[in-house]
Design a protein around this ligand. Sequence first.
Ligand code: C5P
Length: 225
Amino acid sequence: LTQGPLAGRHVLVTSGPTHEPIDPVRYIANRSSGAQGTALAIALRDLGANVTFVTGPASVPPPAGVTVVRVETAQQMLVAVQAALPADVAVFAAAVADWRVANAAGQKMKKDGSGQAPALSFAENPDILATVSRMAVGRPALVVGFAAETEQVEAHATAKRARKGCDWIVANDVSPATGIMGGSENAVTLITAEGAEHWPRMGKDAVARQLAARISATLGAADSP
Ligand code: C5P
């Protein structure tokens, strides 16, 4: 039997990049490693939560002791997230591609000898965080999004929180001078309804543990299972 302050709670975490196919062998991706999402899933699991971990093709392995759902594309991630609901908490740490290739080819694209390069066109992907945040029925009690910013972190993240309709935004400054992207440390600003909190710089595992503790405290204050 699981014990801990989040025992009996279902927490959904998205993590990693998405891959958007160009043809059956090529895709568009991003550099997300899945490190922060994985650390969060571990920290939530360690507080006793029943964690569903919906992950794109990440470079770090998914944690043990959670339900892992592997997806490739943003559209598949949305379907997997909807299938995993209901949840008490949903944390969206995935780096979802904003666009997919609208004219992806069913067969491997070939050079035709004309010297002409193919033209890709794009379609906007669903915003999974915004979709779940705005659910009229069955919305998780706490919905947490992430924001990677390179300037005016607090202002941009506060605007993002309102735009997406989520409860919290965990924002970080990913400008190259910080060394945060691809590094092992993070300095986050937590945006809630009450305003902005600037957390000191610490390891990504420590950020995950503090966020998990904060989630647990917030749920515990709302009601007990
Ligand atoms: O708008 P932006 O991509 O900066 O928002 C980041 C937040 O939104 C992250 O929590 C990310 O997981 C989520 N997101 C999403 N679906 C998208 C785009 C972003 O869930 N299509």
